[in-house]
Design a protein around this ligand. Structure first.
Ligand SMILES: NC(=O)c1ccc[n+]([C@@H]2O[C@H](COP(=O)([O-])OP(=O)(O)OC[C@H]3O[C@@H](n4cnc5c(N)ncnc54)[C@H](O)[C@@H]3O)[C@@H](O)[C@H]2O)c1
Length: 271
């Protein structure tokens, strides 16, 4: 998908971080953009900033809820008449020992990270398939390909997003060849994900309370991504280039392939 001019993008998690970077770049490419986010204040701030670049619609959305994603699709079509790029990007993190994670936290993480992408793909597909050319970009993570300790909730959902995206890329190549699917797999990116618990449901126990023993580890992760991470702007540039080349996988940190390879080698050694 090379010509983005005057086309329409919907970006979930568009009020912050990677989603805001994508929305900014799409507007700079001449697209009309819908940003969807659960954070009402962040959404208003982002809308005001992005409106200086072009035509923007902000829609309060909880991607974990099917009715909310349907309302987002309805609002996007009512305003712009079409959608050409859907970025299922909203997400929450999670570095925590498995035996300290409660049921509400599992439901929240699966709801946002995995159900959010599933709802988006299901609900937007008929709209995307009706265009001459369209793309779904699901934000997974390099964590979708790795399996180190203390991130069971996050990696479980991100591996699911990788599987969903790869399956749909292969299936749509047959059933909906005008709809491309790509999975975005960043490693450290400088965003606000440190504050991802700001919109967690009531039943979620803050990680610092549920598992204070990992506070140092979490702090190391957050400060590394803030100080050494790729910028959302640079990541968005990779996405735009990848769409032009009709890629199915978008990787920003090739050095992490070694970790993925170690996992494959460990399994292969047992054959
Ligand atoms: N930052 C990184 O290093 C990194 C690395 C790999 C993957 N990712 C993924 O990138 C995506 C974006 O995260 P980010 O790093 O930009 O973080 P961020 O916190 O800056 O942005 C995430 C946005 O998602 C929104 N959101 C959360 N729950 C939502 C819900 N239920 N419905 C709608 N919106 C919701 C938040 O309000 C926020 O605006 C996530 O899927 C994350 O897992 C991030």
């Amino acid at each position: 998908m090379r010509n983005l001019q005057a086309r329409v993008a919907v970006v979930t998690g568009g009020a912050s971080g990677i989603g805001l970077g994508l929305a900014t770049r799409f507007l700079e490419e001449g697209m009309k953009v819908v940003i969807a986010d659960i954070d009402v204040h962040g959404l208003a701030v982002a809308e005001a900033k992005l409106s200086e670049l072009g035509d923007v619609l902000a829609v309060k959305t909880d991607v974990a809820r099917v009715d909310s994603v349907q309302a987002l699709a309805d609002a996007a079509v009512a305003r712009f008449g079409a959608v050409h790029i859907l970025c299922n990007n909203a997400g929450v993190g999670g570095t925590q020992r498995f035996d300290t994670v409660g049921h509400a936290t599992w439901e929240w993480t699966i709801g946002v990270n995995l159900w959010g992408a599933i709802h988006g793909c299901r609900i937007f597909l008929p709209i995307l398939a009706a265009q001459d050319e369209a793309y779904i970009v699901n934000t997974a993570s390099m964590a979708g390909f790795t399996s180190g300790p203390y991130q069971a909730t996050y990696k479980t959902t991100k591996a699911g997003v990788v599987a969903l995206s790869e399956c749909l890329a292969n299936e749509f190549a047959i059933e909906h060849p005008n709809v491309g699917v790509a999975v975005l797999c960043p490693a450290y990116t400088a965003t606000e994900i440190r504050n991802d618990e700001r919109n967690a449901p009531a039943g979620h126990v803050p990680r610092a309370v549920a598992d204070p023993g990992l506070n140092d580890r979490r702090e190391t992760v957050y400060s590394t991504l803030e100080q050494e991470g790729i910028s959302p702007e640079d990541l968005a540039a990779l996405v735009v280039d990848a769409l032009a080349e009709r890629k199915t996988h978008i990787f920003s940190h090739p050095e992490w392939f070694d970790v993925w390879q170690q996992r494959v080698d460990k399994v292969r050694a047992q054959l």
